[in-house]
Write a protein that binds this ligand. Structure first.
Ligand code: DAH
Length: 336
C-alpha cells in the first residue's frame, strides 16, 4: 500500500504541476481528491489492514492528502491569476457593440419648445409664474369678481379659501404687468390644473399664454401673430377662423378655430363634420385688467391669447386620448 500511495503522490504531483487550465485542474481534483477519487479508495482499504500497520499507513495517507490539496490550491491560485491577467486580451473586438437606448423629449415638451421658439422668433420673451396661485391673480385681477359665473368653467383645486392651483396661465399676465411697464411682449408656458378627467381632459395639463401691450396694438396685429404661429406649427395651408366669444379679461374676445388638420376642412369625425377645430382663446386686454395693474387704459392697448398644449399636440399627431401623454408607455413615446 505504501507503494501505491507513493505512486499516487508522484503521478498527481506531476499532473497538477503540468496542468494549464482550470477545467483540467478540476478534473484532477475529482480524480485524486474527490469523494470516490484514488485517495479515498485507498483510505477505504485501511480498515482491512492488520492492526499494527493501520497507524503508519493512516498517517502517510493523511500526509499525502494534505500535500496534494496544498499543491492543488496553489495551482488554482496561479491559474486564476493568469486568467485575470490575460482578461483584457480576451476581448473579441469583432463582436458587435451593445446598443444603448437613446431617450428623447416628451411630445408635450417638444411641442411646448416648438411653440416657444416660434414666438421668440417673433420677438416674445418667456415668462413664468407660480403653479400655486392666489385667488387674486388667478381670478380677481383678471376681472372675475368673487361669485362671478365664469369661475364655474374653471373647476378649481382649492388649497384654502384664497389659494388654489392655477386653472390657467393668464395670472402670469397680471404678475408681469405689475412689475414692468409697456412695451410688453411675453409668452408664459406652464402647467395648469382643473378638476376634470376624461379622454380629452386631464387634471393637470399645459398651456401657453401670450401677452402684448403697447401704446398701439390692434386686433389685426393679434390675427397676424396667431396666423404666423398656426402656419408654422401646422402648415401654411391651414386656415384660421375667429369666432366671437367671452372671457372676463379680454374685450372683445374670440375663440380661434383652424381648418381641420385631418380632412382639410371637408368634414370628418375629428372635427364633428364642421371642418373646423378650436385651438385657442384670445382677445384685446380688458381695461379692467389694466386698472388692476395700474396701467392707464386710455394710454395702453394690448392683446392676449391662451392655448392648450395637449390639444395642439393631439391635433398635430392625431392622438385621440389625452391620458396617453401621462402613462409613460414607451411604445407610445417612441413614436415622437
Ligand atoms: N385663460 C383661458 C382659459 O384657460 C384662455 C385664454 C383666453 C387666455 C383668452 C387668454 C385670452 O389670454 O385672451 O380658458
Amino acid at each position: 500500500m505504501i507503494e501505491q500511495l507513493k505512486k499516487i503522490q508522484t503521478e498527481a504531483t506531476h499532473e497538477i504541476s503540468a496542468v494549464e487550465d482550470l477545467g483540467s485542474l478540476e478534473d484532477l481534483r475529482v480524480k485524486y481528491l474527490g469523494r470516490s477519487g484514488l485517495l479515498s479508495q485507498l483510505i477505504k482499504q485501511i480498515g482491512s489492514l492488520p492492526a499494527d500497520e493501520k497507524p503508519l499507513i493512516g498517517k502517510l495517507t493523511n500526509e499525502t492528502k494534505g500535500l496534494l490539496e496544498a499543491l492543488w490550491q496553489e495551482k488554482l491560485a496561479q491559474l486564476k491569476q493568469k486568467a485575470a491577467e490575460q482578461g483584457d486580451e480576451k476581448i473579441d473586438l469583432t463582436l458587435p457593440a451593445y446598443s444603448f437606448f437613446v431617450g428623447h423629449k416628451h411630445p408635450i415638451t417638444q411641442i411646448m419648445e416648438e411653440a416657444c421658439s416660434i414666438f421668440t422668433r417673433l420677438g416674445f420673451s418667456i415668462a413664468e409664474g407660480p403653479e400655486v396661485e392666489s385667488d387674486y391673480y388667478n381670478f380677481q385681477a383678471l376681472n372675475f369678481p368673487k361669485e362671478h359665473p365664469a369661475r364655474d368653467m374653471h373647476d378649481s383645486f382649492y388649497i384654502s379659501d384664497d389659494v388654489l392651483l392655477r386653472t390657467h396661465t393668464s395670472p402670469v399676465q397680471v404678475r408681469i404687468m405689475e412689475k414692468s411697464r409697456p412695451p410688453i411682449r411675453i409668452i408664459a408656458p406652464g402647467k395648469v390644473y382643473r378638476r376634470d378627467a376624461d379622454i380629452t381632459h386631464s387634471p393637470m395639463f399645459h398651456q401657453i399664454e401670450g401677452l402684448l401691450v403697447d401704446t398701439s396694438s390692434s386686433f389685426s396685429d393679434l390675427k397676424g401673430i396667431l396666423t404666423v404661429f398656426v402656419h408654422q406649427m401646422f402648415d401654411p395651408q391651414t386656415k384660421l377662423r375667429f369666432r366671437t366669444s367671452f372671457f372676463p379679461f379680454t374685450e372683445p374676445s374670440a375663440e380661434v378655430d383652424i381648418s381641420c388638420v385631418m380632412c382639410r376642412g371637408k368634414g370628418c369625425r375629428v372635427c364633428s363634420n364642421s371642418g373646423w377645430l378650436e385651438i385657442l382663446g384670445a382677445g384685446m386686454v380688458d381695461p379692467e385688467v389694466f386698472k388692476a395693474v395700474g396701467y392707464d387704459p386710455e394710454k395702453y392697448m394690448g392683446f392676449a391669447f391662451g392655448m392648450g398644449v395637449e390639444r395642439i399636440t393631439m391635433l398635430k399627431y392625431g392622438i385621440n386620448d389625452i391620458r396617453l401623454f401621462y402613462e409613460n408607455d414607451l411604445r407610445f413615446l417612441r413614436q415622437f
